[in-house]
Design a protein around this ligand. Structure first.
Ligand code: UD1
Ligand code: UDP
Length: 385
């Protein structure tokens, strides 16, 4: 064996993971820790800091220390702020590290602009949670654009489900680039829910049916969010046997609407965002969840918790098919009626409370690491798209 070839064989493959918001961190940290356990892989973490406090909470929980932090977050940032912050900050990081592959997750602005920056340097991109679609470019906004655009330049599509794979095939993606792995969010859930868990807020709600709220989507800011909160407040005032807990997202625009519509009701607690370990345990113990969040739609089916999804579209049809999720839109009366129904009709509630596993068995990170180990080794790090 020539000297150069021997050196190539011994050289570790460098995998860089880039993420910036709470949900990306929750779903990428299990993968970071899995990749770190592989001797043939050098794992480098770069966070964009699109979120700050909510990102740092997750990093602490999973003991992940980024090598780079672009720290781009601004108060009430616009989509332009995030775009320019990432493109400016990540160029030098990619030039310096020259990774064999850059992994991004899902559909945030961090996801799209990081993938674009990697493409500009001809670095192969791996997309974790690839293939989710609503095919409505404004719903969710701007996430549907982000994930579709990332697909065009992705070399490794890690699709969580067969449905996601079929979406990618319909868009003429090469089947050899698609791997059905399950969702790494379920990997996280496997490590957080504990039988002996307790929390003061859960003790407060212990004598009632506990309703968990998480609402934050950009397209719902303003009137749609006001309608959701009004419906929740009306039902809460009419049902003395429920208590509502809403760990409010740190977006000040969300907080203003939540406080205006929901404060002053003694059975509704507006609290700070929960650590992921706490939130998962709250989910496991609640009666039902009302949300516009994406990740929660994946977690609830395996916990057997009914979710009223306050959106017009969902990219998670597997949870709807499983019966756990119901899409109720953002109309006040429709949310009010569906919320009441689940509280008052035992059969309707029971039909939505069957636990199921459409998003995987909790070993998605292991599968992704296996694939990367194999593929990067085969090609000696010289992958094209
Ligand atoms: C972002 C993602 C969205 C994802 C959501 C998860 C984009 C365009 N949006 O939306 O896809 O579903 O994260 O939560 O990528 N803030 C803080 N501290 C934090 C986090 C946010 O103060 O730790 C405040 C800041 O004022 C910030 C604002 O919230 O400007 C909005 O954050 P941003 O990332 O722009 O939007 P999200 O609605 O969080
Ligand atoms: N989550 C959390 N603390 C909270 C609320 C939610 O850790 O107070 C977790 C939740 O379990 C899920 C993820 O955050 O894993 C969802 O993130 P978010 O709703 O911010 O974004 P989306 O999934 O809609 O992109």
């Amino acid at each position: 064996m020539k000297y150069k070839e021997a050196a190539d064989v011994e050289q570790k493959r460098k995998v860089m993971l880039v993420f910036g918001t709470r949900p990306e961190a929750i779903k990428m940290c299990p993968l970071v820790n899995e990749l770190k356990s592989r001797p043939g892989i050098e794992t480098v973490v770069c966070v964009t800091g699109q979120h700050r406090e909510m990102l740092d909470m997750v990093l602490r929980t999973f003991h992940v220390e980024p090598k780079y932090d672009l720290a781009i977050m601004k108060d009430r940032q616009t989509l332009y702020d995030i775009a320019t912050g990432i493109l400016t900050g990540i160029k030098d990081v990619l030039e310096q590290e020259k990774p064999d592959v850059v992994l991004v997750h899902g559909d945030t602005s961090t996801t799209f602009f990081t993938a674009l920056a990697a493409f500009y340097q001809r670095i192969p991109v791996g997309h974790v949670e690839a293939g989710l679609r609503t095919y409505n470019i404004y719903s969710p906004y701007p996430e549907e654009f982000n994930r579709q655009a990332v697909t065009i330049l992705t070399r490794f599509n890690f699709a969580p489900t067969e449905t996601a794979r079929q979406n990618l095939l319909r868009e003429q993606r090469d089947d050899r680039t698609i791997y059905v792995t399950g969702n790494t969010g379920i990997d996280a859930l496997r490590t957080t829910v504990r039988a002996d868990y307790t929390h003061p807020e859960l003790q407060w709600a212990a004598d009632s049916r506990m309703i968990l709220i998480e609402v934050h989507r950009r397209e719902n800011l303003g009137a749609p969010m006001e309608r959701m909160f009004r419906a929740i407040r009306r039902v809460s005032e009419e049902h003395p046997d429920i208590k509502v807990i809403y760990p409010i997202h740190m977006n000040p625009a969300v907080r203003e609407i939540a406080r205006a519509e929901l404060s002053g009701c003694e059975r509704i607690h507006l609290i700070e965002p929960l650590d992921v370990l706490d939130f998962h345990n709250f989910e496991a113990r609640c009666h039902l969840i009302m949300t516009d969040s994406g990740g929660i739609q994946e977690e609830a089916p395996s916990l057997g918790k009914p979710v009223l999804v306050m959106r017009d579209t969902t990219e998670r049809p597997e949870g709807v098919a499983a019966g756990t999720l119901k899409l109720v839109g953002t109309d006040e009366e429709t949310i009010y009626e569906n919320f009441k129904l689940l509280l008052e009709d035992e059969a309707a509630y029971a039909a939505m409370s069957e636990a199921s596993n459409p998003y995987g068995d909790g070993f998605a990170s292991k599968r992704i690491a296996d694939i990367l180990e194999r593929e990067l080794e085969d090609t000696h790090g010289t992958l094209g798209i």
